[in-house]
Ligand binder design. Structure first.
Ligand code: IPM
Ligand code: MG
Length: 368
């Protein structure tokens, strides 16, 4: 029997509650398809800061590197919020593990589950048929560039007095753009064969390099794919204006961070969106949403994005297509039957169909 080692990173907030449901589903789908999973749990984010004074302990990195895949829930919370650059932040755990595992490709699928079509704040006819894949560059750009903060700098205060100064650096190397462009074109080949590359080439030098390299890769290797360029400000508008026109959207790290939250909101249910971060070794799977500290521990969080991250893991890391399809079918069936967690319920939801985290996980398992 095939067997895989999974590194579990529950993190903070609702993380431990939803990851338990992901594990439940993995075990059930594994049993059905003759695959077994073993788990090693490790600390990341605020939980790691509390225990080890760092958001990404060495032991966590070692466990992740030794695993076949990593399942992460969420990091962060008000307890660790600080603007003091000397203090550790939960997000450093996430950025750190992406960098250390070389996870340069972030796939964020944005789809509408028909049962939830009404959840969008956009008109139903606008969101009808939305099915896009955001391909976000994940280990370069502004989030990883050199940065610094200076105090008592001459002329930086409000009255020409000494004050603070800070900078971040946005840098991209040709090979970083090349490899993410290939990932986007490859993804498009399995979909509707269209790539939208988003940049700010009218202003930024990194964007001009981005555009040149994306076009070179396109001309040399992917002429069968349609390629369009959009400036990021315009892209932000078009995503709301004509979301169903997009297939694959490829962009650099920060633009991808922002546009993927916007795209998630098109579906009206951020609690449903999964993501995969891929590199050359073990990949990492996580929901696109955060740690929701306001509802942590209440047993009401929506575990479906975590469960759909498991679906992506089965598909991308283990090539278990039938098992992955099963998970998606089960989630769709549960929604079609009207079951909802409170974040995705609406006026039409029957009161006895609103369930908590564990019950939602059980329902998915029952439909496998
Ligand atoms: C995301 C998150 C992270 C990011 C944060 C938590 C560092 O917003 O995965 O989109 O910016 O990448
Ligand atoms: Mg984000």
């Amino acid at each position: 029997m095939a067997s895989y080692r999974i590194c579990l990173l529950p993190g903070d907030g609702i993380g431990p509650e939803i990851i338990a449901e992901g594990v439940k589903v993995l075990d059930a789908v594994g049993a059905k398809h003759g695959v077994s999973f073993s788990y090693d749990e490790a600390l990341i984010g605020g939980a790691a800061i509390d225990a080890c004074a760092t958001a990404l302990p060495e032991a966590t990195l070692a466990t992740a590197k030794g695993a076949d895949a990593v399942l992460l829930a969420a990091v962060g919370g008000p307890k660790w919020d600080t603007t003091d650059p000397a203090k550790p932040r939960p997000e450093q755990g996430l950025l750190g593990i992406r960098k250390e595992l070389g996870l340069y490709t972030n796939l964020r699928p944005v789809q509408i589950f028909p049962a939830l079509a009404e959840a969008s704040t956009l008109k139903p006819e606008v969101v009808d048929g939305v099915d896009m894949m955001i391909v976000r560059e994940l280990t370069g750009g502004l989030y990883f560039g050199e940065r610094a903060r200076f105090y008592d700098e001459p002329g930086c205060g409000s009255q020409g007095t000494p004050g603070q100064r800070a900078y971040d650096t946005l840098e991209y190397r040709e090979y970083e753009i090349e490899r993410i462009a290939r990932q986007a074109f490859e993804a498009a080949r399995k979909r509707k064969k269209k790539v939208t590359s988003v940049d700010k080439a009218n202003v930024l030098e990194t964007s001009r390099l981005w555009r040149e390299v994306v076009h070179r890769v396109h001309e040399q290797e992917y002429v069968d794919i349609e390629l369009e360029d959009l400036l990021v400000d315009n892209a932000a508008m078009q995503l709301i204006n004509r979301p169903a026109d997009f297939d694959v959207v490829v962009t650099e790290n920060m633009f991808g961070d922002i546009l993927s939250d916007e795209a998630a909101q098109i579906t009206g249910s951020l609690g449903m969106l999964a993501s995969a971060s891929l590199g050359d070794g073990a990949a990492l799977y996580e929901p696109s949403h955060g740690s929701a500290p306001d509802i942590a521990g209440a047993g009401v969080a929506n575990p479906l994005a975590q469960i759909l991250s498991v679906e992506m893991m089965l598909r991308y890391s283990f090539n278990l297509t039938a098992a992955a399809d099963d998970v998606r079918r089960a989630v769709t069936a549960v929604l079609d039957e009207g079951w909802r967690t409170s974040d995705i319920k609406d006026a039409g939801t029957a009161a006895d169909r609103v369930v908590g985290t564990a019950a939602m996980g059980d329902l998915v398992v029952a439909h496998l």
